[in-house]
Design a protein. Structure first.
Length: 376
């Protein structure tokens, strides 16, 4: 399971940095507890005379040290730097296979029951391994168990009769093959579900963009601008800071469309949007209000400062060469600025800005009107 973020290195005792990391640590701790129970049962077999004490101590030391080592690595956060699987599922399962085969070698008459632990290990990886890993681990477990059975049947036939070992091997192959196949299928289903989830998230992101962005210019659309302005207006009421809006309209845009076609007009709109957007502060928001008309929201800005911002846009636009659209083409715009008062509604302020922009066009275009003054 992929980690959502990479936590910084922490000591083993400080604990995991994220919820996902905490879940992995809990799963690893559960594995430690299972191994501890396994060790307790194995010690009971030692007391009953079924298992050699020295062999049991060596095997217990091996799997307990390994499981605690995995827990320490996951708890510290080092696991996220060691590969694509922060849970270290495959290495933990390999340790479990080795411990189970080791237990089979030393258990004696009760060794048949040990094979059930192999099933538990494969099920442990059902929700984490990839299909190829699940198949590989099943083959590895079967092969290792078969080698152990053949070796014991050849070296200690009195306690490991070849016939009994053959029966054990057949049952092990059937069970491990079935569980391995099921695990691989579950892994394939999870893989498809992850792909579907990624596709769904991508589709939702595209829907969100379509709902908030103008497709041609990439600016906020009218609906999104209304939402953003309502949020800013609420903030303005709390802080008492000024707020201004400006309406910008590209001059003679219909003539540009008629002369150079819609492709030329679209290029003018995109170029104008990019240029003006680059002139704004991070808190300012520019949106396409409709057609060739754009709305600019400037938080914490008076009408006079907003007019200066608009004039900076005009200066940059004047330096822009539109020869890529048509030789000699000059793009200008008319603008109206209005300050949103403390009790004034946004609709009223936008209407005032629209009226000011209309006066800018009447007074010759390519200028900005604020209240009853003109900024040329």
């Amino acid at each position: 399971m992929a980690s959502l973020c990479v936590p910084r290195f922490r000591s083993v005792w400080l604990g995991p940095a994220t919820g996902a990391q905490q879940l992995r640590a809990s799963q690893s701790l559960l594995a430690v507890l299972v191994y501890a129970l396994f060790a307790a049962v194995q010690h009971a077999e030692v007391v009953a005379g079924l298992v050699d004490l020295k062999a049991s101590l060596w095997l217990t030391g091996f799997f307990m040290a390994g499981s605690l080592g995995f827990y320490a690595v996951i708890r510290s956060g080092l696991n996220v730097r060691l590969g694509s699987d922060p849970s270290l599922t495959l290495p933990q399962m390999v340790l479990g296979v080795l411990a189970t085969v080791g237990s089979y070698l030393i258990t004696g008459p009760a060794r048949g029951a040990v094979m059930s632990l192999m099933v538990l290990i494969l099920v442990f990886g059902m929700f984490a391994l990839r299909p190829r890993q699940a198949r590989w681990l099943s083959v590895f477990a079967c092969a290792l168990l078969a080698l152990a059975m053949v070796w014991k049947a050849a070296t200690d036939p009195l306690h490991h009769p070849p016939t009994v070992e053959a029966v054990h091997l057949l049952f092990a192959i059937i069970i491990l093959a079935a569980v391995g196949t099921l695990t691989a299928r579950m892994a394939a289903i999870r893989s498809r579900m992850r792909a579907q989830k990624a596709d769904l998230q991508h589709a939702l992101e595209q829907i969100r963009l379509l709902a908030t962005r103008d497709e041609l210019t990439g600016l906020s659309n009218r609906r999104h601008m209304n939402e953003l302005m309502a949020i800013e207006k609420a903030r303005q009421r709390r802080t008492g800071q000024p707020m201004s809006v400006a309406l910008l309209d590209i001059d003679f845009f219909k003539r540009i469309n008629d002369t150079y076609g819609h492709s030329g007009g679209d290029l003018v709109l995109k170029t104008f949007s990019q240029l003006t957007r680059d002139s704004l502060r991070s808190t300012d928001v520019m949106g396409r209000w409709g057609g060739e008309e754009f709305l600019l929201m400037l938080p914490d800005t008076t009408a006079a400062d907003a007019a200066q911002c608009v004039e900076r846009m005009r200066s940059q636009l004047a330096r822009l060469s539109a020869d890529a659209i048509a030789p000699g083409l000059r793009v200008t715009f008319s603008a109206g600025v209005a300050e949103v008062g403390g009790v004034e509604e946004l609709e009223t302020a936008i209407e005032h800005a629209d009226q000011a922009m209309y006066r800018a066009k009447v007074q010759g275009r390519n200028c900005t009107v604020v209240a009853d003054s003109v900024v040329a």
